[in-house]
Design a protein around this ligand. Sequence first.
Ligand SMILES: NC(=O)c1ccc[n+]([C@@H]2O[C@H](COP(=O)([O-])OP(=O)(O)OC[C@H]3O[C@@H](n4cnc5c(N)ncnc54)[C@H](OP(=O)(O)O)[C@@H]3O)[C@@H](O)[C@H]2O)c1
Length: 336
Amino acid sequence: MRHCHVAVIGATGAVGQEILQLLEERDFPLTRLTLLASGRSAGTRLEFRHQSHMVHVLTAEALQAVDLAFFAANAEASQAFAPLVAEGGGVAIDCSGAFRCDPAVPLCLPAINAAVLPRRGGIVALPHSITTQVALVLAPLHAVVPLRRVLVTTYQSVSGLGRRAVQAFDQQVRDLLNFRPVQPRFLPVQMAFNCIPQCGAFTDTGYTEDEMAVMQELPRLLAAPDLAVAATAVLVPLAHSHAAVVSAELAAPLAVDTARQQLQQAPGVVVEDDWQRQRYPSTLRANGQDAVFVGRLRADPTSPNRLHLWVVADNLRRGAALGAVQVAERLLAGQG
Ligand SMILES: NC(=O)c1ccc[n+]([C@@H]2O[C@H](COP(=O)([O-])OP(=O)(O)OC[C@H]3O[C@@H](n4cnc5c(N)ncnc54)[C@H](OP(=O)(O)O)[C@@H]3O)[C@@H](O)[C@H]2O)c1
């Protein structure tokens, strides 16, 4: 593709900013850039490759002749506008979750299932950030011994709720440290110095949206339709990076040493696992990094087929933007 007109929808947001950063860092071969958001930030200017770009309101006209559109706004915007990009022959890469359960739309993480990418225009859905980090660690194990059941408990940072939630969180921390009353925002209770068992709205199953995302996406992404997954998602008082405790039940026993070796060979996975030297990845380790970090590998004393792992990644960079940009890179490479 000689001419590549790229649009970033939600360019002023947490994920949109990270996408722009990666497009710049990875020298993505775009020839034209359109930045879109809501009316709230229309007219603001953002720097890209030392040039100032105006942010415009998302409209159908603004998406005309766009080859690649990164959707990093909300699900409603993706539902309304991603099909227009696809109908125009372009590719809409959706980070919002709007199409994650649509069987007609491929759910893709290039490191796991690049083969599902369309050859021409269409919509590609990216998995949730927690699914991404968990799947990148489970896929190499699943390749050796099939997974049967996965239990995930997450420790998610406030940036998972977007840029304004991080600002509200910072404000709450400042208020508390200055003995001022705290105004709960985004959730019914304060986010600062608190752990909250709610990430996303509740669905009618009693699970939250983020929990449902992992439960529905993992079997799809790993091409394991019979894989049973249950999740509990917890918001923790951190600004960046998500952690997850993963309990993986396999079809047969897998020695911890073999699992560790598998993970050490997996691209994009960094194993930091040496309990005798108190070596394990914390969330700070993952901030700003492309890799997924894994540690605390343990056998389960109650079941020989089960392993426990601790998985950490930068939710904005590894969990959202990098997958989206890698999809774009693959598509471009495929088109010569
Ligand atoms: N945060 C994460 O860890 C993460 C990870 C994976 C996927 N995601 C998904 O990625 C998307 C963006 O998340 P985020 O965390 O970046 O949120 P965010 O920081 O709140 O940013 C939202 C962006 O969308 C724009 N926007 C909002 N409503 C819009 C509308 N009606 N039309 C056009 N643009 C609109 C906002 O523009 P204004 O500046 O004009 O308000 C802003 O640029 C969400 O769908 C989220 O579920 C997030």
